[in-house]
Design a binder for this molecule. Sequence first.
Ligand SMILES: [Zn+2]
Ligand SMILES: [Zn+2]
Length: 428
Amino acid sequence: MSDITYLKRLFKAYYKEKRSEIPSLSSFDHREFGFIPWDKQIFMKRHMSFKIQERFLELLISEGPRHIYSSGAIYKQPENQDMEGKGYQGCDFIIDIDVDHFYTPCKADHDFWYCKECGESGVGMIHTCPNCKKLKIKTLAWICDRCLETAKQEIIKLIYNFLIPDFGINLSNMKIAFSGHRGYHLKIESQQIRNLTSNERREIADYIAGENISLEILGLQMKGGNILRFSGDTYGWAQKIIGKTLELLKNTDLEIKDLLSNKEKFNFSNNYVKSFLNSKQDFINKIENHNSLILPSIEGFGLVNWKKFFIGIVHEVGVEIDTPVTIDIHRLIRYPGSLHGKTGFKTQEIFPDELDDFNPLDEVNKKLDPIVFESKVETTQKLEILEKRVPATKIKGKTFGPYKQGEKIEVPHHIAVFLLCKEVAKTI
Ligand SMILES: [Zn+2]
Ligand SMILES: [Zn+2]
């Protein structure tokens, strides 16, 4: 039996066993569905619809697709092949947070890339090949508890710093899910939000991400030889920036130094960091004394560096969202409760109050555990590694690997499923 046939059989058996636990969706019969099968010849079967969820579940059991998606949009005729003919009725508001799209320091340990153009290879996240500047990059992006914790903190920021205070969205209208790979998505279901146009969605996405913020409009200016900041007493971004600045200033000098000199973040040279730290207490006093908007005079800090500092703060406050997902009203998103074909993990729905304790790669609450292929009695499988180098995988507190091409290994069932889904190993 080929590994693909094996995985497909596992997925089918999973859907058969968990049939009653697969959640439904609101307006189920008005959603468009899409499957990616295991057969690589077919990219995606979309424009499907189901009158009742039973039919959908039967298809999962009989086909065990590799990936399963449904639309955020609701349509009069979701099965219509022509987008115009679907009869668009509105779309849930969807926010995707995926570490594929933003910097985390640990990627240097577990993400590898290879340039198909010039053969250069390396670690971490890149957009173009640093050698030939081309875009033909093959990446091996790995799961990691630190990355997932960062993504979770972004979701928490999104909810409690933006959606609730600035948009008045109710927790009860939010649906959160771990994607089954490297991120989370959040869906807002409410009639008002369903009617937003793509452009309106972009405006909200930009606001949440802190894109295109004008510090001058907020009030950053040079006046009579002093540089004035904006007041943090108002709502929205000015308040968030000043609040975050104060939070940063109350860290230890070493923590501030690490952040300000980080090339992916503030990127200040050591001299600037040093003079900034000398004025730290003065800066705190000035913010806490609400009467003064004058920024402390720091050696080397003119308007340019102050802007650079506050833009750095904006990036700390803003949420790392994948904007194209939010603005595309016809996008299909991973179905809750379905299996992710690149990991074999479950796309797990979580209530907002469960988020704090949720730990996808080592979850203690069985009902929320995305690692569904862990067997009760430990069974192992023998595999041979196909990929040049495979990073270490830490699941349920145990680390497997790193591995090299050609290595023969024996690992527990759920780890074998993960490595097979990742296509970095084959059974032997
Ligand atoms: Zn290259
Ligand atoms: Zn990581």
